[in-house]
Design a protein around this ligand. Structure first.
Ligand code: ACO
Length: 329
């Protein structure tokens, strides 16, 4: 038994924030942002728009492409670190918005690797025969978490909002998820993290914590870069080895859209051309758990792959976590 991806969908907010907008708000430049990250613009939510709204829209498109009734879904898994509420998870909201009655729903907080983590869990449920149709989503609203000032410029320019979804269906055919590999190295967690509001304070948020800016994401960019350019190739190779594939058997690598320079370094280390490594970060920035399903939707629309092609999804992010999935489309 395999899990076949029978429908995908994505959604980004209408509001476009350009690098020129960033120049108005902090000491940065279009040249610095593009040369360090490849990003030209990103989409950010407007007041009243939330991650669960984006997740709902992406999910409805995926369900439509799958040609199923929403009621056929028997499990919902959402990858996000930016749920609308501190608790419960966004999956409960999405399950309700889609009218899914009482089916199970839970969140996965594995940051940029969360879509692959969620895909892997959905795949295990299907292989075990516990579920037949699983909705897997990556959804993020990073913009409301950013420090939009000179102090936060190293992270604020990188992130965007969006959501992507996939419907997995049990299938006995050739097509589907071939393998998934998940990794984490928690000893590095403070190199890319957001400390507050955490449960280790009472109360969880105070004036002092706000003044110390401990509610904003913090990143050691150099360490993230160094680890990412090692872990991406490793986990892509792991996917190929598990399926006895060479790079020539792979039609397209769809990496988490962390940073164009990271993707270029990964391509170089693996000896593959950037034609084989999908990139759309220039339009969306880094949308964390949403970036792979958004890229998958665009690559399909652009005719970058077709039925029977082998794809590899790969991610690296906070935790540090990293992961890959090999998929026969
Ligand atoms: N605009 C202008 N200058 C900036 C900005 C900005 N937005 N942000 C930081 N700088 C400044 C710094 O203050 C520093 O100035 P200083 O030298 O006066 O102290 C200078 O730029 C550092 O520039 P570089 O020498 O280019 O630094 P570095 O080579 O370390 O590059 C960068 C920094 C781009 C963050 C790099 O480390 C990187 O690409 N890291 C990867 C991080 C990343 O992409 N994370 C994605 C999110 S995590 C994920 O998805 C896995």
């Amino acid at each position: 038994m395999k899990s076949q991806i029978i429908g995908i969908g994505s959604c980004v907010p209408d509001k476009v924030v350009t690098n020129a907008d960033m120049e108005q708000w902090m000491d940065t430049s279009d040249e610095w942002i593009q040369s360090r990250s490849g990003i030209k613009e990103r989409h950010w939510v407007s007041e009243g728009e939330s991650a669960s709204d984006l997740a709902e829209s992406a999910s409805r498109k995926a369900i439509e492409m799958a040609g199923i009734q929403a009621e056929e879904i028997d499990l919902v898994i959402v990858g996000t670190i930016t749920s609308d509420y501190f608790f419960p998870g966004i999956s409960a909201q999405l399950q309700d918005k889609l009218g899914l009655g009482t089916v199970g729903a839970f969140d996965i907080k594995a940051a940029c690797s969360a879509f692959i983590y969620a895909l892997s869990i959905g795949d295990q449920f299907i292989r075990a025969g516990t579920a037949e149709t699983v909705l897997v989503v990556g959804a993020e609203v990073q913009s409301t978490a950013l420090n939009i000032s000179d102090e936060g410029r190293d992270t604020a320019v990188l992130f965007g909002d969006g959501a992507g979804a996939a419907v997995l269906k049990a299938s006995k055919g050739e097509r589907g998820i071939l393998s998934t590999h998940l990794h984490c190295q928690g000893k590095h967690l403070k190199l890319l993290w957001c400390e507050e509001p955490g449960s280790n304070h009472h109360p969880r948020m105070t004036e002092d914590l706000l003044k110390e800016a401990r509610h904003y994401p913090m990143m050691n960019g150099r360490e993230v870069f160094k680890n990412a350019v090692t872990r991406f190739p490793e986990v892509i190779q792991e996917a190929m080895d598990a399926n006895q594939l060479s790079i020539d058997d792979v039609a397209l690598i769809i990496p988490h859209q962390a940073n164009l320079r990271i993707s270029q370094a990964v391509a170089k280390r693996m000896g593959v051309s950037m034609d084989k490594v999908y990139s759309n970060i220039h339009k969306y920035g880094n949308t964390t758990a949403a970036s792979i399903p958004i890229a998958l939707c665009e690559a399909l629309e652009e005719g970058e792959f077709s039925e029977g092609d082998t794809l590899i999804f790969a991610a690296f992010g906070a935790g540090f976590t990293w992961a890959s999935a090999a998929v026969k489309w």
